[in-house]
Design a protein around this ligand. Structure first.
Ligand SMILES: *Cc1c(COP(=O)(O)O)cnc(C)c1O
Length: 404
């Protein structure tokens, strides 16, 4: 380790856009990471639902090394056979038909929004509107932050993009009212489980009703599975718990196990809306990204990670519930599989730092929700360790922090 490795991180040249904790991670293995001071952490965050296979996976690493040595990037001027390979796998797993590749979640959502608008224009609707949700998060580009239902994300960036109509989650009457009064609606756009908004699941019956309404009205059902997709809930995609299919499904986060990979996967109603020249990206679908996606999905199958996410997620949830039941200030646990939120009755942003100081990485979202989105390789023993570290910290925090 060099002297610079050991120095406390300061960054006078990086733009100040994140409130960061005063550590820097140097390497990881499985669900464990080490910082530049040599301290070890149990990773309950997984890079925010990104590190599907954990860190330094012994089969992913050589596959990526092999790809880097062959071809990192070529350009979409040419065919990229790995794109077809990943698209074929994603359509097989989802029952949809075609994929477009990009690099991030917001790009996948931008593509979805463009598809919805063009779908409208193709039907002769010149000012198409998209139904979006309170507490939604779709990204930080101007269009996706306009679709986002969080005033903090939007503050300072107006004028926002028009053409979004906002409704509360799980309120079918609100969507039916929009259907009655707004003739230019072309799509409904939501996260199956809201992530940044505090781990708020759309109910199964609500999703089924939206599917029916979209079919009746000729709307696109667009499900943002950027955070809840790729096995996290115990199914490949969270909407599969409702036994429905979307028309448009943006993906990113976990798809490349840490390599930036985004995709928008479409069914027959939406798959042919874009033609040559309608959409594109320089980096999207490059061979390194595609190899990361292909290998991530292959290793998830080989290691039964859907089953693991469901089983270990269930154990984690049960352990947290057992320890927190009846604790003053604990509200409830929401989510599914390895996407869990622990809601408290007061702001708890400080738990991020407290947990970190106690060797556990996690996040706090929507002010009062402790979020766990670890790698899908998490073991039952590691889940028990999360419970053993986290629950005493939450109890002490609640005892020491008055409700405002
Ligand atoms: C993280 C996230 C995004 C944005 O993804 P980026 O890769 O940060 O652009 C969009 N939608 C959801 C549901 C997310 O969780």
């Amino acid at each position: 380790m060099t002297a610079t490795d050991n120095a406390l991180p300061t960054e006078p040249h990086v733009m100040n856009t994140y409130g960061r904790l005063p550590i820097a991670l140097s390497h990881g293995r499985g669900c464990w990471v080490w910082d530049t001071q040599g301290r070890k952490y149990l990773d309950g965050l997984g890079g925010i639902a990104v590190n599907t296979l954990g860190h330094a996976h012994p089969k992913l690493v050589p596959a990526l090394q092999d790809q880097i040595a062959k071809l990192i990037h070529s350009s979409n001027y040419y065919h990229v056979p790995l794109q077809e390979q990943l698209a074929a796998k994603l359509t097989e797993l989802s029952g949809l038909t075609n994929a477009f590749f990009c690099s991030t979640g917001l790009e996948a959502n931008e593509a979805a929004i463009k598809i919805a608008r063009k779908y409208g224009h193709d039907k002769g609707i010149d000012t198409p509107e998209i139904i979006v949700y309170e507490k939604a998060f779709h990204g930080r580009s101007i269009a996706t932050l306009s679709a986002t239902g969080n005033p903090k994300v939007q503050a300072g960036f107006g004028p926002l993009v028009e053409g979004f109509i906002r409704v509360p989650l799980n309120d079918l009457a609100a969507v039916e009212e929009v259907a009655r009064t707004r003739p230019n609606v072309v799509a409904v756009f939501l996260e199956v489980i809201q992530g940044e908004g505090g781990i708020n699941p759309a109910r199964v019956d609500y999703l089924k009703s939206l599917r029916r309404l979209c079919d009746e009205r000729g709307w696109l059902l667009m499900l943002d599975e950027v955070q809840c997709g790729i096995g996290r809930t115990g199914k490949w995609f969270a909407h599969q718990w409702a036994d429905i299919k979307p028309d448009v499904m943006p993906l990113a986060k976990g798809l490349g196990s840490g390599v930036p990979v985004g995709a928008v996967v479409c069914g027959p109603k939406a798959a042919h809306v874009f033609g040559p020249g309608n959409h594109g990206t320089t980096f999207g679908g490059n061979p390194l990204a595609m190899r990361a996606g292909v290998e991530t999905l292959r290793l998830m199958e080989e290691e039964n990670l859907l089953e693991n996410a469901a089983r270990v997620g269930g154990l984690l949830r049960a352990g947290l519930e057992r320890e927190l039941e009846g604790v003053e200030g604990f509200v409830e646990i929401r989510g599914q599989g390895l996407m869990l939120g622990i809601e408290l009755d007061r702001p708890c942003g400080d738990l991020l730092r407290i947990a970190c100081e106690n060797g556990l990485l996690l996040s706090v979202t929507a002010d009062r929700v402790v979020r766990l989105v670890p790698s899908l390789i998490l073991s039952a023993e590691e889940a028990a360790q999360i419970v053993a570290i986290l629950c005493p910290l939450i109890k002490r925090f609640l005892a020491d922090t008055p409700k405002p």
